[in-house]
Structures are given as structure tokens and as C-alpha cells.
Design a protein. Structure first.
Length: 254
């Protein structure tokens, strides 16, 4: 299995906005102001949509004070989220992504964001949060590592706190494409030659896609007292996923 941390840092250095949203429009985004505005407007719509789902299905009076944005990238979600809470702690494994997120926060005049270098055990994270968020991030992390991170995040969720976390669980791709994906992630140089075949540089990083077991995710939620759950499905180019919206509260009487 390739080193996803190293690959994510490579995206942060060479193509940070495409690394966040794999759309050709967002390659070398920093040089195009109109496309840049579109990129961040998607983040604003995302935050508004997720907050509306939470208020409709989990907590009508939801008004978080301290939020955690895991896998913040360049700040696409972090920046609009900061307009709704007193403090956002934004985690990412890539120093280059964090550097770009800092620049974007400064450009937007955002001062209530703390950017933190991530690791699997979340050793630099402190305190509790009443909102946990992550979107199109865990899919790029191998499942066993991702479950360790999720467990750590849930330990930091305050009582009555809410989470909105996205995971992929299946793919509609053909068996051949799935095998090729595993080979690209594990066999030396296969991905490099695939790059050349697609007109990319030999060293362009590989964006892994990893599937999670939904029953494992639900078990972790239950273990951490998150007994109210709402699920929405996602489909990104045939990669099937779910967003787990959940609230930490006492279990219902059945």
C-alpha cells in the first residue's frame, strides 16, 4: 500500500485544489480568480446544506461553538464553517495544504481558525468539540488507519455534540478497474507508468480510494454514545458513500 501521507503532501505541493476536488477545472486554481471563487462557493453551499440537514433531522436548535474539520485541505469547508462558529480547529496531514489554508484564511479575513498538523492518534488535538466534520477525506485513508482516527475524533466529541462524516463503502467500477486500482496502490512503478499513459508526469501522486465497513463505523458511533444517526448516500463517479450525521445523546427507550 502506498504512503497516503506522502501522496497527500505531494498533492499539496503540486496541485492542492485538484487534490481537494478532483475536477479538471481546479487544476492550478490559484491563478484563476473566477474558478477560485467557484471553488470556495461550493464550500459555502456545502456548509449551509449540512447545517440544514442537522437542524432538520438531529437538532433544530443546533448552534455549534467549537468545530473540528478533519482533512481541511486548502480551507474550502473550514473558511465558511468559521462564519458559523466561535472557533474551528482544522486538521490536515500535509504541511503544504496547511500553508495554503493559512493563506486563504488570511485572504478571507478569517481569524478564528487554528490549523493543526494531523496524525493517526490526533496527538496535537486538545479539548472537546460540539461539531465534527469531514468530507471526501477518509476515502483516501486506508480503512484500519481511518478507524483509528475516527475513534480519536469521537473521544473529543462533547455531550450533545454532532458529527457529519463521509465514508466510501463500495464501488460500481468493473472488476478490472478495481484490480487495477489495487495494483496501482501496491505494485512499484505501475502507477508511474499509468501516469505517462495519461500524459501526466512520472511522479504525479496516486489518489487512493478506500472502502469502509459500515457496520464497523456504526459500532464505533454506538460505543461513543452517538445514538441518534441520520444517513445520506453519495456517489462520486461510481464510488458509493455515506455521510453519517449523528448526535451524542442518551439511547432511546425501545
Amino acid at each position: 500500500m502506498g504512503n497516503t501521507d506522502r501522496e497527500w503532501e505531494a498533492f499539496g505541493k503540486s496541485d492542492p485544489y485538484f487534490g481537494v476536488i478532483a475536477d479538471a477545472r481546479f487544476r492550478a486554481l490559484a491563478t484563476d480568480s473566477a474558478v477560485r471563487d467557484e471553488f470556495f462557493s461550493l464550500g459555502e453551499k456545502h456548509v449551509e446544506h449540512f447545517l440544514s440537514i442537522i437542524k432538520e433531522h438531529l437538532d433544530p436548535s443546533f448552534a455549534p461553538h467549537r468545530a473540528l474539520d478533519f482533512g481541511c485541505g486548502v480551507g474550502r469547508i473550514t473558511i465558511p464553517l468559521a462564519l458559523h462558529v466561535e472557533q474551528v480547529v482544522a486538521l490536515d496531514i500535509s504541511d503544504s495544504m496547511l500553508k495554503e489554508a493559512k493563506r486563504n484564511c488570511e485572504q478571507a479575513g478569517i481569524q478564528n481558525v487554528t490549523l493543526v498538523k494531523s496524525d493517526d492518534r490526533l496527538t496535537r488535538l486538545s479539548g472537546s468539540f460540539d461539531f465534527l466534520h469531514s468530507f471526501i477525506v477518509f476515502q483516501h485513508i486506508p480503512r484500519q488507519r481511518g478507524e483509528v482516527i475516527l475513534n480519536g475524533m469521537l473521544r473529543h466529541l462533547a455531550g450533545n455534540g454532532v458529527g457529519a462524516l463521509h465514508f466510501t463503502y463500495a464501488s460500481s467500477a468493473s472488476q478490472w478497474r478495481r484490480v487495477l486500482g489495487r495494483v496501482r496502490a501496491t505494485a512499484p512503478y505501475v502507477h508511474n507508468f499509468v501516469n505517462l499513459a495519461h500524459g501526466r508526469s512520472f511522479t504525479y501522486p496516486h489518489m487512493q480510494m478506500n472502502e469502509y465497513k459500515v457496520n464497523h463505523l456504526l459500532r464505533l458511533l454506538q460505543q461513543h454514545g452517538c445514538h441518534r444517526v441520520h444517513i445520506r448516500f453519495s456517489d462520486h463517479g461510481g464510488y458509493l458513500g455515506i455521510v453519517l450525521f449523528f448526535k451524542k445523546e442518551a439511547p432511546p427507550l425501545l
